[in-house]
Design a protein around this ligand. Structure first.
Ligand code: HEM
Length: 367
């Protein structure tokens, strides 16, 4: 069956009313919160996804013989790249793992040739993928994100109030269909119950995919991680260390096991139903399925050595704009990220007096 994939062109992006002012307000509010966090910990942390649950070395193998619509940009050649992966929890503060929150899986692909999107990093050899265990970003526009950010700032000393606000917003918001086509209850998402190594992770918003437009996802593939999909976290492990069990679970898993995940792309087939300017709209799999493009293998290793934690938290920066122009993020919620990731990373590096290093070799990741 012939499918009409929507072709990328610069006019798929549409600047929003008041976008510059709203973006500036987001950056300023996040920076204020970040300074408060610095004083709280006397150490600078990320404005978002501050708590790290494991840093892993892996290998991403781009599949051979992909059809034309998938053989785009980085995925146009079958090649294997080393990667660094950082698992995290979404808040811009260090919280107990018992709290329901979204989790992140950031992947830095190393050794990627070609001029990069950011002029100041055009010679970098990295392409980053930032993924979260939820298919959409409920605050899918800068305007919505700004409203949320104002609440974060307002509730800075009462995070439980912010959490209840977030929960209410999700329930009020659009119902998200999970990948089996069932309606999922936003109250359930990311609870400590769902195993972070069995979750699916998504770009949530759109990126350019060479000649096309896509959302990106990664899913468990080897039996050991596939078996964890939708499974609750081990109660005993939660009881052993209620505040930090996520880090322990990742560490114990990779002490002995290898995991395989599969990366896929969901191409836009209808710009009305699958918009780029609102990341809260779910692109339905019946309109366009996720199609496999690469395999990620993670061998057993120590996921949380002190050297690794410091390198990943304080030296590295994952940023969706660390990318080839063929994979540049799209839409207003992505455009604001160009400003906030830079602000967050430069403040963190300056206050911790750490170098900002974009790796050129996997050997730079300490064991
Ligand atoms: C659209 C979907 C989004 C996804 C999938 C996503 C995912 C992620 C992930 C996985 C990380 C952790 C990176 C790491 O391990 O270092 C991260 C960090 C971060 N995110 Fe997002 N995010 C999204 C949207 C946003 C938005 C809309 C904002 C703010 C307007 C934002 C602000 C940040 C900041 C400031 C950091 C820390 C950057 C640093 O200090 O290096 N994100 N994000």
């Amino acid at each position: 069956m012939d499918v009409n994939y929507v072709k990328y062109s610069d006019d798929v992006e549409v600047k929003q009313p008041n976008e510059d002012e709203d973006s500036k307000a987001v950056v300023e509010s996040m920076s204020r919160v970040n300074k408060i966090m610095f004083e709280r910990y006397r150490h600078a942390i990320r404005d978002a996804h501050a708590k790290n649950h494991g840093i892993l070395r892996g290998e991403l193998e781009i599949y051979d013989n992909l059809p034309e619509h998938l053989a785009q940009g980085l995925f146009s050649n079958a090649k294997t790249y080393p990667v660094i992966i950082r698992f995290s929890s979404a808040p811009g503060m260090i919280e107990t793992d018992k709290k329901s929150t979204q989790r992140g899986m950031a992947i830095k692909i190393i050794g990627v040739e070609g001029e990069k999107f950011l002029p100041e990093e055009k010679d970098a050899l990295t392409q980053d993928l930032l993924l979260v265990n939820y298919p959409i970003i409920p605050t899918g526009t800068i305007k919505d994100y700004l409203d949320q950010q104002k609440k974060i700032e307002e509730y800075i000393d009462t995070p439980e109030l912010f959490q209840s606000f977030q929960q209410t917003m999700l329930v009020a918001g659009r119902k998200v269909k999970n990948l089996l086509g069932k309606e999922s209850d936003p109250n359930d998402f990311g609870k400590p119950g769902s195993h972070l190594l069995g979750d699916r992770y998504f770009s949530m918003a759109a990126v350019r995919y060479g000649d096309y437009i896509a959302k990106i996802s990664i899913a468990p593939k080897s039996d050991n991680v596939a078996a964890l999909h939708g499974k609750k976290m081990d109660e005993e492990k939660i009881k052993d260390d209620p505040d930090n069990f996520l880090t322990n679970i990742v560490k114990e898993f990779f002490a002995t096991q290898t995991a395989i995940y599969e990366l896929s792309a969901q191409l836009c087939t209808d710009i009305e139903k699958m918009p780029v300017e609102d990341g809260s709209v779910q692109w339905m799999e019946e309109d366009s399925p996720y199609q496999p493009i690469a395999k990620l293998t993670i061998l057993s290793q120590d996921s949380y050595s002190p050297q690794r934690r410091v390198f990943a938290d304080d030296v590295l920066s994952f940023n969706p704009f660390h990318c080839l122009p063929e994979h540049r993020p799209l839409g207003n919620i992505m455009r604001v990220r160009r400003l906030v990731y830079e602000a967050s990373s430069s403040y963190r590096h300056r206050m911790n007096a750490q170098p900002r290093i974009e790796p050129t070799h996997i050997e730079q990741l300490p064991d």
